[in-house]
Design a protein around this ligand. Structure first.
Ligand code: SF4
Length: 87
């Protein structure tokens, strides 16, 4: 798992990212090399058996940095906006 501060979550130990450099999941920038790194992290997430739990955690916690559950921070911001009650 690429972050240690929520190790108490049951799904964390099963994360595919545990096998990779944590920096892959924190791309710098949103274009060029940063975009390539994010795409690589997202590809790893697509193989992950706990992707759904990870994404729900990131959405609920408002995690603002890094790739979680196969999504970038910007993608999660858009998802939260779409899921927010109207009004
Ligand atoms: S979905 Fe991605 S970030 Fe989340 S546990 Fe799996 S590999 Fe790690």
């Amino acid at each position: 798992m690429n972050r240690l501060y929520h190790e108490s979550e049951d799904w964390v130990a099963q994360g595919a990212c545990r096998q990779y450099d944590p920096e892959l999941f924190f791309p710098v920038g949103t274009d060029g090399p940063g975009l390539d790194t994010a795409e690589l992290a997202k590809a790893i997430c697509r193989t992950c058996t706990v992707r759904q739990q990870c994404l729900l955690w990131a959405l609920r916690s408002g995690e603002a940095h890094g790739v979680w559950g196969g999504t970038t921070p910007e993608e999660r911001r858009l998802m939260r906006r779409e899921l927010a009650p109207a009004g």
